[in-house]
Write a protein that binds this ligand. Structure first.
Ligand code: ADP
Ligand code: PHD
Length: 559
């Protein structure tokens, strides 16, 4: 072992994992083992990272060359960041998890990643609850809100256990308490202040993680997304990312990287409203969208989203425990799956990846060896039937029957212009000559106050009743069958056999032009049972094994 460096060696399975402890800013060092079979580079591309994996147990490692980065400048190949790795709240629930995530990142010595983090564990939910309690608890009782104590304790415990100074989050915790006092004084929690409130979660997790990496000798730099060019609409709690974000984010992250190689640690979920300049959020689970936006902005090789499941599964594991990982998906399939309710991916997150044609890998941070799900532009669909079953609950459905005669033109246009005027988007549509059934996007409705939702729905019905008879149906669910719609006859034949056996009546059916999704609308209280029965038929029976190949892959057909 070279005398100027200390390595800690951990034998992991069949590999020797070495980490430079006192690295002192070497750009790289080439190492060879005593057996000339091995020749590996230890790269210090992240300004202090010394991760090294060799495949031979117990190899003797000699440093045969080392150069100071000050003399060397930045190596040409190191000028580009390579991938983005996003870790969600489920991967960051404690100090122990933060350590494991750091180790996971360091186990990819050839990557120069941008790291996107969500808030720790359930912090976002706790902050939202704290905000709601603050509205009615009175200014003097703020410090008694359990959720505030929970958030403080979690973050204090984490920094203490990681050996970081509490000052790293002190200002944020103080400001958080002040904000809750402000909410208590005003007795009001607006969508704008709600976004500001939850932003504390991501702002603290990224500061803690960056400080921890720096502490273990891995140079890292924390970024608040709203300060580096994430520009959004002013739709608080569910903002859309604007085009100007891409060049701005690329300029900032790339610019900083080439002048000083420090791993960027970016807050997920957050942006800055272009009109009001206030902090916005991208909708629940929005860190996935932050990650894919960075992937597209920088033209990275891969976007990795690390979760607590072995990839995208054949259905929500909370509904059916036998859900299994789907090895391959297209962007179209993943987008439909996310849009129609699979919590595992943010509904809009596939858009930047598809536009930038950047592969997305969904992996399990608790089980990194599992292959996960690879999402790309295309895959071999020749044997694919059904890929995944998705459930979207609590959907509002409208049956609209024209009061005019057959053949009247302009009916559909009038119906849709009503929704456009009210800013409500429509999910699933089925039409006949004189009638129309549709479901309304609940995420857009949910982002408004409950009272506002009710009056908006009344207003929709009132407007539509000028031209039609309208029936408003609530508590419906959309079951989306994601797969190869070229084989829709087979899918529908099997699906309806199952539903008939279960005594379930389908109230609407729609096959989208995307060719990857068939949607069935049923009552909320029958939906879970339907998904379980469909899953058993498509993925668990002997017939399923013959008919439904969800992970078929043929590299020759990939673009
Ligand atoms: N089809 C699905 N595939 C995988 N996970 C799903 C699916 N549908 C719902 N889930 C849920 O999504 C969770 C992962 O998403 P999320 O909680 O947002 O992760 P993170 O916080 O790590 O970003 C899983 O724990 C699982 O319960
Ligand atoms: N913390 C935010 C954003 C996010 O993306 O979270 P997660 O990656 O844990 O789903 C939320 O809970 O919605």
């Amino acid at each position: 072992m070279a005398n100027t460096m200390q390595f800690s060696s951990i034998i992991q399975k069949n590999s020797l994992h070495c980490q430079a402890l006192s690295w002192q800013r070497f750009a790289f060092a080439k190492c060879v083992s005593s057996s000339s079979r091995l020749c590996v580079s230890v790269r210090n591309s992240c300004g202090g990272r010394g991760g090294l994996r060799v495949s031979c147990e117990g190899a003797r490692i000699d440093v045969i060359e080392r150069k100071k980065s000050e003399n060397l400048g930045v190596d040409e190949s190191e000028k580009q960041l390579t991938c983005v790795m996003k870790f969600g709240g489920s991967s960051l629930a404690s100090a122990e998890r933060m350590r494991e995530v750091a180790e996971l990142i360091l186990s990819f010595p050839n990557e120069r990643p941008v790291i996107v983090l969500s808030a720790m564990g359930k912090t976002t939910n706790k902050l939202l609850l704290a905000g709601e309690k603050a509205v009615s608890c009175g200014v003097t009782n703020i410090s008694c809100i359990d959720e505030l104590s929970f958030v403080k304790d979690l973050h204090h415990r984490t920094v203490d256990e990681l050996g970081i100074d509490r000052s790293i989050i002190a200002t944020h915790l103080e400001e958080l308490e002040q904000l809750l006092k402000g909410i208590a004084m005003l007795k009001e929690l607006t969508p704008r202040s709600r976004d500001y409130l939850v932003s504390f979660g991501e702002c603290m997790s990224t500061r803690i993680f960056a400080a921890y990496l720096n502490k273990i000798g891995v140079k890292a730099r924390q970024y608040d997304a709203f300060d580096i060019g994430f520009i959004t609409t002013d739709d608080f709690t569910n903002a859309d990312i604007l085009e100007a974000t891409y060049p701005a984010v690329a300029k900032r992250l790339h610019g900083d990287w080439i002048t000083d190689l420090a791993i960027p640690i970016v807050t997920g979920f957050l942006g800055k409203a272009w009109r009001t300049c206030a902090i916005t959020t991208l909708g629940r689970g929005g860190s996935d969208l932050t990650a894919t936006t960075i992937g597209k902005a920088l033209g990275l090789q891969e976007i990795q989203v690390w979760k607590d499941v072995d990839g995208v599964l054949t259905c929500d594991p909370n509904i059916h425990p036998h859900a299994k990982p789907v090895p391959y998906l297209t962007f179209d399939e993943a987008a439909e799956l996310a849009y129609f309710g699979a919590q595992v991916l943010h509904p809009q997150s596939m858009r930047p990846a598809r536009e930038g044609d950047i592969p997305v890998r969904v992996k399990n941070s608790y089980n990194p060896n599992a292959p996960g799900t690879l999402i790309r532009r295309s895959r071999d669909m020749s044997k694919a039937v059904l890929t995944s079953i998705v459930l979207k609950r609590n959907v509002t459905m409208l049956d609209i029957v024209s009061t005019r005669m057959l053949g009247q033109y302009g009916f559909l246009a009038k119906v849709f212009s009503t929704f456009e005027d009210l800013g409500i988007s429509v999910d699933v549509v089925a039409t006949s000559e004189v009638s129309l059934s549709l479901t309304l996007d609940p995420s857009k409705l949910w982002s408004r106050e409950l009272i506002q939702q009710a009056s908006e729905l009344d207003h929709v019905v009132e407007e539509l009743e000028k031209i039609a008879i309208v029936n408003l149906l609530q508590h419906r669910s959309i079951i989306s069958l994601i797969g190869n719609v070229q084989r829709s006859s087979l899918i529908l034949e099997k699906a309806f056999r199952v539903l008939r056996r279960s005594g379930v009546n389908v109230q609407m059916i729609s096959q989208g032009a995307s060719k990857v999704n068939i949607s069935l609308i049923v009552n909320d209280d029958e939906a879970e049972q339907c998904v379980r029965a469909l899953h058993e038929t498509f993925f668990e029976s002997d017939l399923a094994n013959l008919d439904c190949v969800c992970g078929s892959e043929n590299n020759s057909s990939l673009v």
